[in-house]
Design a protein around this ligand. Structure first.
Ligand code: B12
Length: 225
């Protein structure tokens, strides 16, 4: 894995590899270089996300251990710090709404949730982020108090699907007495349509930008209905 720097590859491919190799100085050097050269910050982040997926695969294949996941998380955090101002600028849009965001109980992954938060804020959404490992009860209580336009749940580990389901169930149960119906979107790199159906969420995504578009549609749909 290490030393896989590819002479023919462009900087986007190179940063994917450098992240997969956990080569922190190289990742940061490439990211800074690309931003200075005017590369799209979204393209830079997407290339890094691809590297994160490879890290996950290496972990599954026992080529990396937990320390590899931790390092990847740290590197991605630094990438986000470098790209965030340019990313917000690139993404800025006009649609608006409000969303209550959280990583569900039993899950501490927050990089994707934070990125979704950045993307949503850039598009004019007011975002309240409750953090990670948030129990259904606490989330639903806050949702009914705050009455945002949407609820966004993040989760990557399999156990989070059960928490998402419990959260959606509790929300729907409480809405029977309190009234209203808050649309719920779930996000995370390991999700699919089947998980969405299992949890009872209204929509799902594995991509922050697609997530923004879905959130915009859900807000419009709720306003129309
Ligand atoms: C980094 C990482 C970690 C870091 C997380 C650091 C952090 N602060 O988040 C640490 C080291 C803490 C970690 C821990 C663990 N991890 Co981990 N981790 C990863 C890794 C490599 C990358 C995740 C990531 O940040 N990706 C980059 C972000 C940007 O992508 P994303 O999360 O998908 O988010 C994007 C979209 O999904 C979307 N999005 C996300 N959330 C939301 C929400 C909304 C509302 C919207 C609209 C959009 C949206 O927007 C983002 C941008 O596009 C993944 C591999 C993978 N394939 O994902 C494994 C992975 C998720 N981890 C895994 C495992 C097993 C673990 C541990 C159980 C390991 C252990 N033995 O302890 C623990 C879990 C602890 C727990 N209970 O949560 C497995 C999960 C397998 C499973 N199906 O259950 C994976 C898939 C690795 C693997 N292939 O085996 N991990």
């Amino acid at each position: 894995m290490s030393g896989s720097r590819d002479r023919g590859a462009g900087p986007l491919e190179e940063v994917t590899r450098a992240l997969a190799d956990l080569d922190e100085p190289r990742v940061l050097e490439l990211v800074e270089g690309m931003l200075q050269a005017g590369e799209s910050p979204l393209a830079v982040v997407r290339a890094c996300e691809a590297g994160m997926r490879t890290v996950g695969e290496f972990y599954e294949q026992h080529e990396y251990y937990l320390s590899g996941l931790i390092m990847a998380g740290e590197i991605f955090r630094e990438v986000m710090a470098l790209t965030q101002p340019a990313l917000e600028h690139e993404l800025s849009g006009t649609a608006s709404g409000s969303i209550l965001l959280a990583t569900v109980a039993g899950d501490i992954h927050d990089i994707g949730k934070n990125m979704a938060g950045v993307a949503l804020r850039s598009f004019g959404f007011a975002v309240e982020d409750m953090g990670v490992d948030v129990p259904a009860e606490r989330l639903v209580e806050r949702a009914l108090q705050l009455r945002p336009n949407l609820v966004g749940l993040s989760g990557l580990v399999t156990a989070s699907y059960e928490s998402m389901r419990a959260t959606v169930r509790l929300l729907r149960e409480r809405e029977r007495t309190s009234g209203g119906r808050l649309p719920v979107i779930i996000g995370g790199g390991t999700l699919d349509q089947e998980v969405c159906v299992f949890t009872g969420a209204d929509s799902w995504t594995t991509d922050a930008m697609e997530g923004v578009r879905i959130c915009q549609q859900l807000v419009l749909g709720a306003a129309a209905g």
